[in-house]
Design a protein around this ligand. Structure first.
Ligand SMILES: [Zn+2]
Length: 316
């Protein structure tokens, strides 16, 4: 019922769009022109790193930290260690680090109890239908992009589908971030891979940073930030040796965090900080220091992106 309403609304949005274009051009347009125009909308104007850096220098940027998954569900587990809990602890250390930088104001999507913060859950509840239309309209537009040859589907690493509630919140985060000029979004996760025995450590290790695939409008600035964070993380944790994640930086167009189908205007990254079963996390005596080190390395990477971009390009 709701699905069909969303589809109908999407169709109406599309028809209105076509009529608007026709009226604006004050002439009849061909179907091919329409496809090209609609697909062209998909490739929103990109925000260059230089613009983000000058905004940083002259004002205060907003950084949204998204500790992955929900309070009671989602994420990987190893023995009694839950990804959704350790990313929450990491998010606290990360927001503490950014208190040192007056040019960055941080927001975190989950509070100390693990629940989504009220401003986010209220936003998603109030805008449920609008978020679904946002998601569906982008998917329909991207389909026209594929048909008209302006957008290519490209899957490098397969991901588990997000549950419908997770999908709603993640798209809600993208829409909220776009609507409220959130400059940077960092999604925090710990990794795992299909086929590992649940109570046995796996064979892979290391961090992986997922960044928007090159066709997406937020690709370039996100990539620069990913490189800056990766070069700092390397001092704490090696890059992932999982074959598809080598050498630790992966372009992706499917993860909701990336803004699939052009649903994210600003910089967004998803960091898988290490595999969940790695000793520095599973050992209770090492875990806290590991999380602090990872938070500090991430902070230094962001600072390098804004303050040491010259040395970054040399290091690359
Ligand atoms: Zn995760």
């Amino acid at each position: 019922m709701i699905k069909s309403r969303v589809l109908s609304l999407t169709f109406i949005v599309f028809v209105v769009l076509v009529l608007t274009i026709a009226l604006e051009k004050n002439q009849l347009i061909s179907f091919d022109d329409t496809l090209s125009y609609v697909a062209g909308l998909f490739f929103a104007e990109e925000i260059p790193s230089s613009q983000i850096r000058s905004e940083y220098a002259s004002s205060t940027l907003k950084l949204l930290i998204v500790p992955g998954h929900e309070k009671d569900t989602g994420g990987t587990e190893y023995k009694d260690l839950r990804e959704r809990d350790i990313v929450l602890a990491l998010s606290k250390y990360l927001s503490l680090e950014f208190q040192k930088d007056t040019h960055i104001k941080t927001f975190v999507t989950r509070d100390g109890s693990g629940d989504f913060v009220p401003w986010l859950s209220d936003y998603v509840t109030r805008n449920k239908e609008a978020i679904k239309i946002f998601r569906t309209t982008a998917a329909v537009t991207a389909k026209y992009g594929v048909i008209s040859g302006q957008f290519e589907r490209n899957v490098v690493v397969e991901h588990n589908n997000a549950s419908s509630i997770s999908s709603l919140f993640l798209h809600g985060i993208n829409k909220y971030a776009n609507d409220n000029n959130i400059n940077l979004v960092l999604h925090l996760h710990f990794n795992d891979y299909p086929g590992r025995k649940y109570n046995k450590p796996g064979i892979y290790k290391g961090f992986a940073i997922y960044m928007p695939e090159s066709q997406l409008p937020n690709a370039n600035a996100s990539r620069e930030l990913a490189l800056a964070i990766a070069s700092r993380l390397k001092e704490v944790e090696p890059p992932s040796n999982y074959p598809k994640e080598r050498p630790g930086l992966i372009e992706d167009q499917d993860l909701i965090a990336m803004g699939p189908n052009g649903t994210r205007d600003g910089v967004s990254l998803l960091v898988e900080y290490s595999y969940i079963y790695e000793k520095q996390l599973t050992d209770p005596n090492l875990r806290d220091k590991t999380l602090r080190d990872l938070a500090h390395a991430t902070y230094l990477g962001v600072e390098d992106y804004f303050n040491n971009s010259d040395t970054l390009s040399v290091a690359r």
